[in-house]
Design a protein around this ligand. Structure first.
Ligand code: ADP
Ligand code: MG
Length: 302
């Protein structure tokens, strides 16, 4: 069973309760607060050997654990507020490992104004594991942006550039919280997702959840100078862990958005939203259209 099938299987059996406004399937869950308003919650697990290697600096791993969750909260157009960190430390863990891990996590939390509100500490029989849970909230008077909000006629945009993650950028990236908060204040945003699996897969999630077709122009995709020289477009489409934001906006706002950028980060309009069978069409430089397969990172493909 592939990751997405397993998540569907879980979602079909997931009990619900009053106040669960958005459950399994988005970057965060949206929970109604008893007194009004809502919070968003996300949890992400990082495992040695899958998300980082034993050679990576503990500070970088701790930073990444918090940053990936901040990225998910940003993808909801929300601000991260409180973090919980659960760690499994190898049996032979020296205290420098644990200290480094938390120094990195606290650095990320401080940088984005997030508290460390709790967690759990256990001994792992294998490698290091770290699980971060983050609680965030939309700016006053706003509601979270969902993956299901893309509408035909809107433009498809992305922050920063793509494909540079494998050169080490996947550990010390800057989650796009500031950009997301400016975006929701100043523009009419449709749907949004952060790019963790890879553009081809995450665009597909956005399309499926919104019930739309996304048309992407290959020669507009902003490719990182760090992307593999052998296949830069392939890296931008499939490598994953770029942690940029992919979102849709009213098409009349494109010029202003791409001209001004967001919080100093360039914004590129890479495509458009169409009605039709949900999925992603890639238009190459000669105008040829192909159905883009979800080719990003898949946990259970190997
Ligand atoms: P992201 O890459 O944005 O963190 P994921 O692909 O990890 O998102 O997860 C997609 C959705 O599935 C999220 O809403 C997440 O909460 C949910 N999900 C993933 N794994 C599980 C699980 N084991 N139990 C319940 N929900 C899950
Ligand atoms: Mg996400």
């Amino acid at each position: 069973m592939k990751e997405l099938e397993l998540i569907h299987w879980i979602a079909e059996r997931a009990p619900s309760a009053a106040g669960l406004a958005t459950g399994i399937g988005d970057d965060c869950a949206v929970l109604d607060c008893p007194g009004g308003g809502c919070v968003v919650v996300t949890t992400d697990m990082l495992l040695e050997g899958t998300h980082f290697s034993a050679d990576d600096l503990p500070e970088d791993v701790g930073y990444k654990a918090v940053a990936v969750s901040i990225s998910d909260v940003a993808a909801m157009g929300c601000r991260s507020l409180h973090a919980f960190l659960a760690v499994g430390l190898p049996a032979v863990a020296d205290s420098a490992l644990a200290r480094g891990l938390f120094d990195g996590a606290v650095a990320a939390a401080n940088r984005f104004g997030v508290s460390l509100a709790g967690g759990d500490t256990t001994r792992s029989p294998g490698g290091l594991s770290i699980c971060s849970t983050l609680v965030g909230a939309p700016p006053e008077g706003r509601t979270p942006i969902l993956r299901s909000g893309a509408r035909p006629g809107q433009a498809l945009a992305v922050t920063g550039d793509l494909g540079g993650s494998l050169s080490g950028h996947h550990l010390r990236f800057v989650p796009r919280q500031t950009e997301a908060l400016q975006l929701v204040e100043e523009y009419a945003v449709g749907g949004m997702i952060d790019l963790s699996d890879g553009l081809s897969s995450d665009a597909w999630h956005l399309a499926r959840m919104s019930g739309v077709r996304l048309r992407l122009f290959a020669d507009r995709i902003p490719i990182s100078p760090r992307a593999s020289a052998a296949d830069p477009l392939g890296a931008a489409l499939n490598d994953g862990e770029d942690f940029e934001l992919l979102f849709t906006v009213a098409s009349e706002e494109c010029a202003r958005l791409s001209g001004a950028g967001l919080a100093g980060t360039p914004i590129t309009i890479i495509g458009e939203v169409l009605a039709g069978t949900p999925g992603v069409t890639l238009v190459d430089s000669s105008g040829r259209e192909t159905d883009l397969k979800a080719g990003g990172y898949e946990h259970f493909s190997r």
